[in-house]
Design a protein around this ligand. Structure first.
Ligand SMILES: Nc1nc2c(ncn2[C@@H]2O[C@H](COP(=O)(O)OP(=O)(O)OP(=O)(O)O)[C@@H](O)[C@H]2O)c(=O)[nH]1
Ligand SMILES: [Mg+2]
Length: 403
């Protein structure tokens, strides 16, 4: 009997000591202490403590974890927690800014990078004598800005003729002439609306294509925001199945504005993801389905064939309303070669010129339109969520030469 009592006493002492050790070790090793879910659950209860700790600037993050951990030991009831976790996890839906006048708002960025072209031309034109050398310099300036040989020659010829007819010229007149000629080159009358409303039924189907890293996913995300801002409901199709990260990237864009993302297994068939996205879009009654595709080099025939298949499979639902080719403005003339090949495989209906904020080669607008006979519809002017603007020729030219 005595031994039993002794054993019990020893047990109690040992347990007590162990308990102290456990708490002690928890305190000493905060990274181990918070098991994945409990901290979230107990966080609200611990808020006063966390707040107190937080008042001393964030120099002791470990302590904060410790504080969160302590209540958990005494209150491991997991029942109340799911709603709390959901609340914490639900990202707030953003309201994107309206699209009207975006190019004007982003103009500073455009003119900063394009100055070389517009200002250079104006300086040259305002020379006392417009001799052969000056006209040649004007040509060079246009060529450097990627306007393209043929378009450059046309512009210079017309300008020369008009300057000759004009006789005397003021800087204002010259600016006016240059503005008109640049506008003619860009094509002020092309229809640049992004088609998202099919003639019959819903949803509108838009596919985004291009070589690697041009800004397809970013553009798809930005475009979703534009549409949502205009009151349309959007479903995103993550048909870039090469990397799971690509679908995550798109989904993150979607979550920010409340657009549902359809995705498939990594390495899965992009055509079937695209097909399913449109199917879900139909079922959900969405207004627009935006399909993001994997970047692919135009020289890889296998991948280009795959892109053709994605398009054909989607078309089992309905014709595509828009196939947007995303071109990186900084790649210059190589962009034209890409454009040609993509246009052969999937009928391109519009061009998105990205990264115009980082290059003085805005002349690519002219050459790519000529190359494909397809208008530039959108321009990317930064990495920010709302840095995508409808392409407006007049605002673009004004940004080039100032007004
Ligand atoms: N400065 C600037 N950066 C941009 C613009 N558009 C996209 N980017 C950046 O370009 C990088 C690539 O963008 P993504 O959208 O991932 O390109 P992607 O074409 O989807 O790439 P892949 O799927 O790998 O082919 C990112 O860092 C973007 O933030 C733009 O208009 N201006
Ligand atoms: Mg991408």
């Amino acid at each position: 009997m005595e031994t039993i009592i002794l054993a019990v006493v020893i047990a109690v002492v040992v347990l007590g000591a162990l308990g102290g050790l456990v708490v002690g070790s928890r305190r000493r090793k905060p990274p181990v202490a918070p098991p994945p879910s409990p901290p979230d659950l107990t966080a609200p209860e611990a808020e006063p403590h966390v707040g107190e700790e937080a008042e001393t600037p964030r120099d002791e993050p470990r302590r904060t974890i410790e504080e969160v951990d302590l209540p958990e030991a005494s209150a491991p009831t997991a029942v109340e927690e799911p709603p709390v976790v959901e609340e914490l996890a639900a990202p707030p839906i953003e309201i994107p800014e309206p699209t009207a006048g975006r190019l004007v708002r982003l103009r500073a960025r455009l003119s900063r990078s394009q100055n070389a072209l517009g200002k250079g031309l104006l300086t040259l034109l305002s020379r006392e004598h417009l001799d052969e050398d000056t006209w040649e310099e004007i040509e060079d300036t246009l060529l450097t800005a990627d306007v393209g040989v043929q378009a450059t020659q046309e512009l210079v010829e017309r300008l020369r003729e008009r300057v000759r007819v004009l006789g005397t010229r003021t800087p204002e007149e010259l600016r006016g002439l240059l503005r008109e000629e640049l506008l003619t080159l860009i094509g002020p009358d092309m229809d640049r609306t992004v088609r998202t409303e099919p003639d019959t039924g819903k949803p509108g189907i838009v596919m985004v294509v291009g070589v690697n890293g041009t800004g397809k996913t970013t553009t798809t995300g930005k475009l979703a925001r534009v549409l949502v801002a205009d009151g349309r409901s959007v479903v995103l199709g993550a048909a870039d199945t090469f990397r799971a990260a690509a679908a995550d990237q798109l989904q993150t864009w979607g979550e920010r504005v409340g657009a549902h993302t359809v995705r498939g297994p990594e390495g899965g068939d992009p055509a079937s993801v695209a097909f399913d996205a449109v199917k879900e879009g139909k079922e959900l009654g969405a207004d627009v389905v935006l399909i993001d595709t994997a970047g692919r080099l135009h020289t890889k025939t296998g991948l280009m064939d795959e892109l053709g298949k994605v398009k054909r499979v989607v078309e089992k639902h309905a014709p595509l309303d828009e196939v947007l080719l995303v071109l990186d403005a900084t790649t210059g003339q190589n962009g034209l070669v890409q454009a040609r090949v993509f246009a052969e495989v999937v009928d391109i209906t519009g061009i998105v010129l990205t990264k115009l904020d980082g290059t003085a080669k805005g002349g690519i607008v002219v050459s790519v339109q000529r190359e494909l006979g397809v208008p530039v519809k959108l321009v990317g002017l930064g990495e920010g969520a709302d840095d995508l603007a409808p392409f407006e020729p007049e605002a673009f030219v004004d940004a080039l030469i100032g007004d």
